[in-house]
Design a protein around this ligand. Sequence first.
Ligand code: NAP
Length: 245
Amino acid sequence: MKGKTAIVTGASRGIGRAVAVALAKAGANVTINFAGNEKAAEETARICGQFGAQTLLVQGDVARAEDCAKVVEETLKTFGTVDVLVNNAGITRDNLLMRMNEEDFDQVIDTNLKGTYLMMKAVSRTMMKKRYGRIVNMASVVGIIGNGGQVNYAASKAGVIGMTKSFAREIAAKGITVNAVAPGFIATDMTAALSEEAAKAINQSIPQGRMGTPEDVAEAVLFLSSEQAGYITGQVLCVDGGMAM
Ligand code: NAP
């Protein structure tokens, strides 16, 4: 990844931080986007810096078009280009459908699905001009197999998968690949609220018998972000210990 520039959305914590660090370790300059947690984003930058990477912090809500444009503009101003976009920012607002209010439905769709569309749109002109780009979208196994209590989240992630394949087809001839990574259950803040009982039940449903780590996911993202993955596009790579096979 030497000489490459990557944008990672939601890179202040969890999987996004691990992705930013893996890209930095491999030699990329990294734009670290975050929503509100600046301290955590600075810690991501500090870790990336240990590998000699240049980093740029950009606060921005991916659900807002003007914020997405700002993330890309500031990256271009600082690094001159964008080679890799990792659409990682995501939220959950879980509830059973009968109890889920419209606001929780809309917020999850706006962040996870619309945010991915807005960021892809914001980088595509630059990538098309240079006829090179790697886009990796964070889906979820829940977008493939569904999950009770997560109709909003599952819809957003199934949408991300459909959008990934559609944009991959639109842009394949321009040297740009668009793939999705679908994690299973990964130990981050997002899953930290699970009760011990729920976590035990989840582990039993995973053939490998354990939750994944953010680093497990980051390695898959790193590969799909590399030049070497140039003939792979429109794919969904599950990183889930065998959950969704
Ligand atoms: P996490 O620990 O909750 O971190 C979420 C990250 O997204 C944070 O950096 C947060 O920024 C950022 N973010 C949230 N809303 C944002 C917005 N509107 N604009 C910009 N950034 C925003 O989550 P995670 O577990 O690492 O998940 C990362 C991705 O993997 C998500 O897309 C998630 O759906 C997906 N995923 C996770 C799992 C899992 O088991 N953990 C499984 C499958 C898929 P702040 O720190 O500033 O709030």
